[in-house]
Ligand binder design. Sequence first.
Ligand SMILES: [Zn+2]
Length: 409
Amino acid sequence: MKFRFLGGASAVGSLGLIAEENGLRLLFDYGMTPTSPPGYPQPAPEVDMLLLSHAHVDHSGMVPWVVSRYEVDVLATPATSLVAQILMEDILKISEIEGYPHPYYKRDVKETKYAFRDIAFGESVYAGGMEIIAHSAGHIPGATMFQVTNGKSYMFTGDINTINTRLVWKAKPVKTDVLIMESTYAGREHPDRREHELDFLNSVEEVVSGGGQVILPSFAVGRTQEMMMTLAGRGYDIWVDGMGKGISFIYLDNPDYIRSQAKLKKAIKGVSMVRGKRDRERASREADVIITTSGMMDGGPVLTYVERIKDDPKSAIFITGYQVEGTNGRKLLDTGMLDISGVEEKVSAQIRQYDFSAHAGHSELLEFARACEPETIVLMHGDQREVLAKDLSEEFEVITPVEGEEFEV
Ligand SMILES: [Zn+2]
């Protein structure tokens, strides 16, 4: 099969991979990078089908661009397609606010809604004599690894996690000849999840019992729900704000893609959802814990809440995810300063960062790759692929293609 990355091979962002065999052309993911200005993959040629691994915008953000041009079907789980549609509309809103040219229009997002074809884990679809099978990727609800077979088996992982989280079960290895694997955390390890979670819970308890408030800037997709589930049943007054609210209900309605519908339900019941300005003021005054977007503090309601506690050393901002260079969250971690409505402000509240990553770490990727028993591994979606490539090359043929380069495996 012939392959070519349109984006996201040597960097985390804007993923797009073309695969071609017997005149059939597949496109795995087509995302954008939500920086300012946004980053886009190379323009996609006409394709016969788009396979969308999951809803995160660096995988899904440019799907309407393809659909509006080539009228293709988009294969995805319902948990992915429902959340991706919300994010596509959000991309248009953000480009409006920030004054960047629209990558597509509202009507294209609407058209995309009708282009989605559902696939469930364990199910197969046939195209051009090839079988396409969906497997769980363990990354966020609905995240899929696509296995394409035509005598030889190829597996595209999308983003994967190989440990159980509260929200989703881990990915299981699948035997394949060629493994096209993400490498976001190549060269980096995660702390032990259970110990790290305990450490986090202890810190929350310390702040709340000391009379402070904890603000958890959290990504809407996956992280908000993971935080809700981690803090559930501990007697805190928890408020949830931002796009993560609606997404929680989508996951609740799609129980096949989450670890425990009962536990997510309990977590949702145990929090107050902020609906409007009044609630926001109330949450600001009364909450023990506020879970809110944006995860990198570059918009969303988070700064409204931070404004109130920034001078209070009893309160805390606990960052729950990776902070990209150039974001407000990264600035806070590096300098203790935050950009609030265009003004640089010093933050006296406690600042700490926790690792609730939904990606496999370096040794987890190694272990996963070994268990898939491939002949060839194509590493993608990482800016430090070389370290992992070196470790893997002792046992496998490893390819690290760059964007635009054609290769055959
Ligand atoms: Zn992702």
